[in-house]
Structure formats: C-alpha cells, structure tokens
Design a protein around this ligand. Structure first.
Ligand SMILES: [Zn+2]
Length: 215
C-alpha cells in the first residue's frame, strides 16, 4: 500500500515539477493542471481519508498553555493522559458504561465540547466509545508508536490526547467508526448543567448502574 502511494507520489512530483517551480504566471492553459494537482496531493498526504472534520496537518492549537501551566490545572493522571498521551486501564473510567440520554462530553483540559450523548455507544471495549464527534472538535494524527499504525485523536482546541479512532469494526453505527476515548480526558456536562468531574467517579459510581439499565 505504502509502496504504491510512494510510486504515485513520485509520478506526481515528476509530473508537477515544472508547474511547482514556475515563478511567473503562465497562460491559462496551465491552470487546470495546478488546480487539479494540489487538492489530490494534499489528499494523499492526509493520514485519514475518512475524516470529514479533521485537520491532519494541524500542529498548533488555539490553547497554547505550557506543560507547567497544564500541571497547575490538571490532576497528575489527567496530565499523564492528556499531555503525555497516556492510556487509562480498561474498564476503569467513569464514562465507560455511562449512557446518558442527553448532555455533552467536554475536554477535561480546556472544556471544549467534544462529543454529545447521542454519539456514544456501547462497544464493550473498556473505554468510552463514540461513533462521531462534534464537527471540528477532534483532530486526527497518524500514530506509529508501539509498532502499530493507528489514528490518534486529540482535542482541536488544546491538542489534549483523547485516544484513538478505529474504523471498519462492524459496529452498527452511522459511521462504523469507534472513537476510543479515555474517561480521564473528558468531563460530562448535563444539558445546561455543571460538569461532573472524572475525580467524582467514586461518589458517582453507583449512578452508573442506573444509567446502564437504560441501555
Ligand atoms: Zn482541549
């Protein structure tokens, strides 16, 4: 697959080199080639062809807090996961079996709304699963750690690590995608209400059973 991509890229780059290095505008007969080439190239360079709300090349985020500033507002576990791309143990998170009828899951770092209750589904994987995000709220990156090729998802506002997205697993959802998100990265806010912190898990744990019975 990659070899084929590289061959296509090589071919494209040799085809487009004259247009790329041309510094002065040429007659209009060159325009169609340029306008066709660049969108195609950028599509090839993207890490995910499936994303409708992704900005794969985005490397900086509106919320530019430094690691020290994040440490001041996050718990050590939130910092480890959001800022150091950690993972919570499976079936340990407050929102794994959380199934509210309405409400919003926001970023535990910057409070940006990421997912709605409507996006959540029960995957049985041990982490909260969503079939889609709020448009533009989540950015995807290629992740080649651990000897695997995965698609990492981060908060589009602060770059906080959320988890990974998997596609084609056969879940009966509108997208057949699973955003596998750490509960620690999220804060659930009821419709028009205050956020319920991940730290409130113990006090809130009994509620999960009630929520489950609705599923
Ligand atoms: Zn954020």
């Amino acid at each position: 697959m990659r070899a084929r991509l590289f061959r296509i890229l090589l071919t494209l780059s040799s085809l487009t080199r004259p247009a790329t290095f041309r510094t002065t505008p040429r007659p209009s007969n060159t325009t169609p080639l340029k306008s066709m080439t660049f969108p195609f190239l950028s599509a090839l360079f993207g890490t995910s062809s499936t994303a409708d709300n992704t900005k794969n090349t985005m490397t900086s985020y509106p919320d530019q807090r430094t690691p020290d500033e994040w440490r001041a507002v996050l718990s050590p576990e939130q910092f480890r996961i959001l800022r150091e791309k950690g993972t919570e143990p499976p079936s340990s998170g407050a929102y794994d079996k959380h199934a509210p009828a309405s409400g919003t899951y926001t970023c535990a770092g910057c409070s940006a709304p990421l997912y709605t209750a409507h996006h959540k589904f029960s995957s049985g994987c041990g982490w909260p699963a969503y079939f889609d995000s709020i448009p533009g709220a989540v950015v995807r990156h290629e992740d080649r750690t651990l000897g695997m090729l995965r698609t990492e998802i981060v908060c589009a506002n602060c770059g906080g690590h959320l988890g990974h997205v998997f596609k084609g697993e056969g879940f009966a959802t509108p997208t057949d995608e699973r955003h596998c998100v750490n509960s620690v990265s999220l804060v659930f806010r009821e419709e028009g209400g205050e956020g319920v912190k991940e730290g409130a898990k113990d006090g809130d744990g009994k509620g999960n059973g009630e929520e489950q019975s609705k599923v």
